[in-house]
Design a protein around this ligand. Structure first.
Ligand SMILES: [Fe+2]
Length: 329
């Protein structure tokens, strides 16, 4: 069946997200060979076995109706809200893992409904609460990072979390920022990529992009700023960080191509912008993508040295010590 023949609008979901509802009100589809194929009829139960069977067939994307999409979103919103309230009751590590998964599922929902204020505001609040919780449970950060980095979420949803968790660990190690400043930096770093919602998911998995896809990717920091401005209480400095969070990626790309990095003459970036940019680029380089292998930590730090060490030598040295200890290399 072609998209124009379908009786309703469809929304992309990962198979795991289907577990947010017990029964699909409308049929569920997959898309291949330029057609939609029904894989579950309306009013049928969604079971763990059904989701598992999709994953075993390497189906990473399913399509649900507007109605089911809303029900999935409401379920994950409620679960994140409830988990945030109960973070300090029970085992801190187990609660935190659940929290990180629910944050990622809600971030995924925000990508499909970027103008939904409820999801955005809840992510803003709960990510802030979570930083404060981790201040009291510093020891679990390393285990959390290692565990969440193995989760099978798409890298576009996992990357903001991984880079923000590493940034948080580094800021705690540095003892240079207040608890409030660290919270703001974490939330800024976590929400900096919401503009990626306008980049089609399949283009994220390709090595060669069309000029249109490249443009969509290049402007995502500006789209993030537009999506966050006046909707969550991030201050002007944080919004500037979001807008420029890719300035180091651009410089490192120039070095990799054998050139000399061109620093942006129009802006004098502060340490906060550097740190958000450094952890973004570091996490991106050291994790695998469908179209390339991961770089080693050593190689990544060597590239970062070229764009950070002159401006912030002490912070760069501290970065090496922190990462050595964090990854025990
Ligand atoms: Fe980004």
């Amino acid at each position: 069946m072609f998209a124009h023949q379908l009786p309703f609008q469809l929304f992309e979901k990962s198979p795991r997200e289907l577990l947010g509802i017990d029964v699909a009100e409308q049929p569920i589809y997959i898309y291949n060979n330029n057609k939609f194929h029904k894989i579950l009829k309306a009013r049928q139960k969604i079971t763990q076995e059904f989701v598992k069977s999709l994953l075993l067939k390497n189906i990473n994307l399913v399509f649900v109706s507007l109605e089911d999409n809303q029900r999935i979103q409401e379920n994950f919103l409620e679960r994140l809200r409830a988990n945030s309230r109960a973070l300090s009751i029970g085992d801190p590590y187990e609660n935190s893992m659940k929290h990180l998964s629910l944050m990622t599922l809600n971030l995924s929902n925000l990508y499909s409904s970027p103008l939904d204020d409820e999801i955005l505001k809840l992510l803003f609040q709960t990510s802030g609460n979570f930083v404060n919780f981790l201040h009291q449970n510093k020891k679990i950060l390393n285990k959390l990072y290692r565990q969440i980095s193995t989760h099978p979420f798409h890298y576009s949803k996992l990357q903001p979390l991984l880079s923000s968790l590493l940034l948080l660990g580094y800021c705690q190690y540095l003892h240079q920022f207040s608890a409030r400043e660290i919270e703001t930096l974490f939330v800024t770093s976590y929400l900096k990529d919401v503009g990626m919602c306008y980049v089609p998911q399949d283009s994220l998995d390709k090595e060669k992009l069309s000029p249109e896809e490249k443009k969509a990717l290049t402007v995502h920091p500006y789209n993030s700023t537009l999506l966050l401005e006046n909707r969550v209480p991030l201050n002007r400095t944080s919004l500037e960080i979001v807008t420029h969070h890719h300035f180091l990626n651009d410089q490192i790309r120039q070095i990799r191509l054998g050139g000399v990095p061109q620093s942006n003459q129009d802006y004098a970036f502060g340490i906060e912008t550097y740190l958000v940019g450094v952890f973004d680029v570091l996490t991106a380089m050291t994790t695998e993508r469908p179209y390339r292998k991961a770089s080693s930590l050593f190689e990544s730090l060597d590239l970062i040295k070229n764009v950070m060490a002159d401006q912030y030598p002490l912070e760069y040295k501290a970065l090496i010590y922190f990462l050595k200890n964090f990854f025990k290399v």
